[in-house]
Design a protein around this ligand. Sequence first.
Ligand SMILES: Cc1ncc(COP(=O)(O)O)c(C=O)c1O
Length: 317
Amino acid sequence: MKQRIVYFNGRFIPEAEARVSIFDSALMYGDMAFEMTRTYNRQPFKLREHLDRLYSSLRLLEIDCGLSIEEMERITRETLDRNLPSESTDVDWQIMHDVSRGPLDVYRTAFPEPLRPTVSINCWPMITHMGGFAPKYASGVDIVIPAQPAVPAHLVDAKAKTRSRLHYQLANLQAARMGAGRWPVLLDPDGFLAEGPGWNIFLVKNGEILTPEPRNILLGVSRATTIELARELGIPVRETNLGRYEALSADEIFCTATSYALVHATTFEGQRIGSGNMGPIFNRLLEAWKKLVGVDFVAQARDYALRLPDWLKRDEK
Ligand SMILES: Cc1ncc(COP(=O)(O)O)c(C=O)c1O
């Protein structure tokens, strides 16, 4: 079994030794902020934007992780550098930050040291995630609306990226019951599209890109990148309220997230979107994304899919 190195509460240790206590507030309340960054050509993409969001989430949760953002960035790069030699140079990485308040004070006698926040950074080769995802770049995804609504900002603000994610998991389960591989997009309490459990949604109508207002959603780094690229390409973008009606009459629909950047939707609520293939605007954005990050991540995912069985065999040894 291959062991990567993780940063865990001030030390670099093998990943199997990094354990969060059963008394941790993360487990008790889902009281943990996190981030997922990825590399392109083994360089973290928009790391500062991810860390800015992490620190904003921590402010909402009133957690002081004890590290400045500069220190967090330095330690993140060191964690990645310690892991890079364990894979060939064509392997990109996922970088995960998880920060909780630490064990609850009522259990402090269970710990020899004074209680402190739990801070971990782990790196994982993208072969598994993207190898498994690869077919979706070609097939597109099927989006459905689950019974589970989005949590509105006046209850818990979705802009904070936290491990309090039961509503996303319920949405996933409900979508799976609607058909294997379905992707749920949660509606906000007003019936407007919010987001998926790990992605932001975009529609295209008459040459214009539309995406939900930044209210009841996580402000995705990939969402911001997509908006920037669209504007550079001269494609109009509007943040607005969008419902089932707008989605069903869209010419194109696509989703954005850090791991895969963007993927098109083939159907929405069982109805075909446009031609059912990648639309022209999606295609322009996809090419612009590849140019920006300097990696043909679609070809990369296909390559990872081919290598995945051997990679799993190697890691299971
Ligand atoms: C709920 C939710 N929305 C949107 C996103 C997409 O954000 P990003 O593009 O920063 O990965 C994520 C990412 O995990 C998410 O969890």
